[in-house]
Ligand binder design. Structure first.
Ligand SMILES: NC(=O)c1ccc[n+]([C@@H]2O[C@H](COP(=O)([O-])OP(=O)(O)OC[C@H]3O[C@@H](n4cnc5c(N)ncnc54)[C@H](OP(=O)(O)O)[C@@H]3O)[C@@H](O)[C@H]2O)c1
Length: 270
């Protein structure tokens, strides 16, 4: 998958590329269709179906979010415990998605609750740039993303805080304008694109992903559903206001099995 992504990056206008796979080769066309000279195991075929669309060149960039939730739509308990709602296979999936992304993005609550590293550790691939939305620069230095030096780390703050780089321990602060009280996620996406961070993987939480969805800034949303019912807790997608059914999002869906969980891969571009 990494080789396919690299081949498309090197040949942006290619209609198709070919990369080594086992003893043969894998052909991939610019729409994610693939072919191999001999039959591959069903598990490998499912991985090619799932990940190759994320390896294709995208002139306007790609913004894909992932959320792991219970059958009743919760991503964490009331007190913020979320390890683990979904299982090992979904965790591996997230590391694979990080490896295919230029940047991994999370909201401030996720850093505070989970102290994540946001690096690629369960599969091959390089660490993406880490982007943390912390509008008022409230997060302290003690979090791993600010201490481990494992990947470039950028804190997205409201524009008026852009000059506070020194005060936050030298880590980079990217000032982004607001829309009302919120960070303008469309402007953020453009700013990341200008830095060459065109494939952005948003790993949560629900508030952050919902803001991108509401602003029409998500190309894909992956919802991994675990066969558990928590009964209360933090919601996944939650949009403002009372939305009538005829305004519901109706993305094209692909379904994949990830261990005991089911992944719904929602495509809003379709
Ligand atoms: N199951 C999963 O897949 C999963 C994944 C990630 C996290 N989690 C869990 O989910 C919980 C955290 O999720 P969450 O939904 O509560 O919060 P979150 O999305 O992690 O963070 C939300 C906060 O980020 C900032 N933010 C994000 N987008 C913004 C925007 N457009 N404009 C301004 N500020 C913005 C705000 O910070 P301020 O509050 O400072 O204004 C906002 O309150 C934790 O318990 C974590 O363990 C679960």
């Amino acid at each position: 998958m990494l080789a396919a992504r690299a081949a498309f990056v090197e040949n942006l206008d290619a209609d198709a590329i070919s990369v080594p796979l086992g003893d043969g080769s894998l052909g991939v066309d610019a729409r994610g269709g693939w072919c191999v000279p001999t039959e591959v195991p069903a598990e490998i075929a499912a991985q090619l179906d799932l990940y190759l669309p994320y390896c294709l060149p995208r002139p306007g960039g790609l913004c894909v979010a992932h959320i792991g939730q219970s059958l009743d739509g919760r991503i964490a308990t009331e007190n913020g415990e979320s390890r683990w709602v979904t299982g090992e296979a979904d965790l591996l999936h997230c590391h694979r998605m990080r490896a295919l992304a230029d940047a991994v993005l999370v909201g401030a609550h996720t850093v505070r609750a989970d102290n994540p590293q946001l690096t690629v550790r369960r599969c091959a691939g390089r660490n993406p740039t880490r982007i943390i939305i912390d509008p008022e620069l409230n997060l302290s230095d003690r979090h791993l993303v600010f201490r481990d030096g494992a990947a470039p780390t950028v804190v997205v703050a409201a524009e008026e805080h852009a000059a506070r780089r020194i005060e936050v321990g030298g880590r980079e602060v990217l000032g982004v304008p607001r829309v009302g009280r919120l960070i303008d996620v469309a402007a953020l996406r453009t700013a990341l694109g200008r830095r060459g961070l065109s494939v952005v993987f948003i790993e949560g939480g629900g508030i952050t992903i919902s803001r991108f969805l509401e602003a029409g800034c998500l190309d894909r949303l992956q919802i991994a559903v675990a066969p558990i019912i928590i009964g209360s807790g933090r919601p996944g997608i939650a949009l403002a206001g009372d939305r009538p059914l005829d305004r519901a999002f109706r993305p094209r869906i692909r379904r994949f099995t990830l261990g005991v969980d089911t992944l719904f891969d929602c495509d809003f571009d379709a």
